[in-house]
Design a protein around this ligand. Structure first.
Ligand SMILES: NC(=O)c1ccc[n+]([C@@H]2O[C@H](COP(=O)([O-])OP(=O)(O)OC[C@H]3O[C@@H](n4cnc5c(N)ncnc54)[C@H](O)[C@@H]3O)[C@@H](O)[C@H]2O)c1
Length: 282
């Protein structure tokens, strides 16, 4: 079993992926572009483990051992011998392209190159490499140490072997995997939440039910932990509008056409919890 992991990007997601992997016994090289970003990333990991130890969910010795398995670097060449690489840099195609071009030059030929992108087609990322069959989507959820799901996405050329290695990796770090067999916009999770939020916002916009009642219907009727409109407020109405817009553009499926209300909310700055006003007032 492959045991050396490289994580590119030490932000929210990259540090979380490094954390759960080191905890599961992987040797992790965490790469970012500045020492400050690396320090921020490792500080986040350390304080998360401190909390686990304080709550009795982890032994202090295990936290120390896991920390010793993480090395940090600003040098991309240091990831050359990784078995699996997970990229978690900014959600911008040109930044991801730069990384995957560089990875293609330096990383072992048989390594698996995974992207944690939330929405960029894996096929587009893989296209700048000479090994698109070794590129796969590995979409973790935030906060990574708490969220159980990893959505694995097959690009147009991803091989069965690559998918199998990615699955083995994600399961080894304690995640439950769902496989997305075609590289569709929004994968499975963002497509589902987008369709639900769009319909919930339409019902609310047309006065069919109040925001509270729509959310209560999903919580108590379907056992959802949180209703779709509260979820939209938490994620950001702007973020969801952008996500549904992308899916609509790619699929031309009108169930992803967001209602005008969502656009006006974003125009007004009512984007949810982070602004104090969304479908609810905070
Ligand atoms: N935040 C979420 O809830 C979430 C959930 C799932 C997936 N994602 C995806 O994960 C990826 C990362 O998101 P995040 O929230 O961790 O972002 P973030 O802004 O917290 O971290 C990004 C990190 O990448 C670093 N970086 C930028 N260019 C780099 C380069 N060339 N080499 C190495 N490091 C570089 C930055 O310095 C920063 O530390 C994005 O693609 C995002 O869409 C995010």
């Amino acid at each position: 079993m492959a045991r050396k992991l490289a994580v590119i990007g030490a932000g929210l997601m990259g540090s979380g992926i490094a954390q759960v992997s080191a905890q599961a016994g992987w040797d992790v090289v965490l790469r970012d572009i500045t020492d400050e970003a690396l320090t921020r990333g490792t500080d986040t990991i350390k304080s998360s483990w401190d909390r686990f130890v304080a709550k009795g969910r982890m032994e202090a010795a295990d936290a120390d051992a896991a920390l010793a398995r993480i090395t940090t670097t600003t040098d991309l060449d240091a990831v050359a011998d990784a078995d699996v690489v997970v990229e978690a840099v900014f959600e911008k195609l040109e930044v991801k392209h730069e990384i995957f071009r560089a990875l293609d030059r330096v990383v072992r030929e048989d390594a698996v190159l995974a992207s944690n992108t939330s929405a960029i087609p894996i096929t587009k990322i893989a296209a700048v490499t000479d090994r698109p069959e070794r590129v796969v989507g590995a979409h973790f959820f935030s906060p990574v140490p708490m969220m159980q799901l990893c959505e694995l996405v097959r690009g147009h050329r991803t091989s069965d072997e690559t998918l199998a290695t990615a699955k083995e990796f994600a399961e080894s770090v304690g995640k439950t995997v769902v496989v997305v067999n075609r590289d569709v916009a929004g994968f499975v999770t963002t497509r589902l939440i987008s369709a639900l939020v769009v319909e919930a916002a339409k019902l609310y916009e047309s006065g069919v039910a109040s925001a509270e009642d729509i959310d209560t219907a999903c919580r108590l009727g379907f056992g959802h932990a949180m209703g779709p409109l509260a979820t939209a407020d938490l994620t950001g109405v702007d973020i969801l509008l952008h996500a549904t817009g992308n899916i609509y553009t790619e699929s031309q499926d009108t169930k992803f056409a967001a209602p005008e209300l969502m656009r006006r909310m974003v125009d007004a700055g009512d984007i949810g919890r982070k602004s104090g006003q969304g479908f609810y007032t905070y």
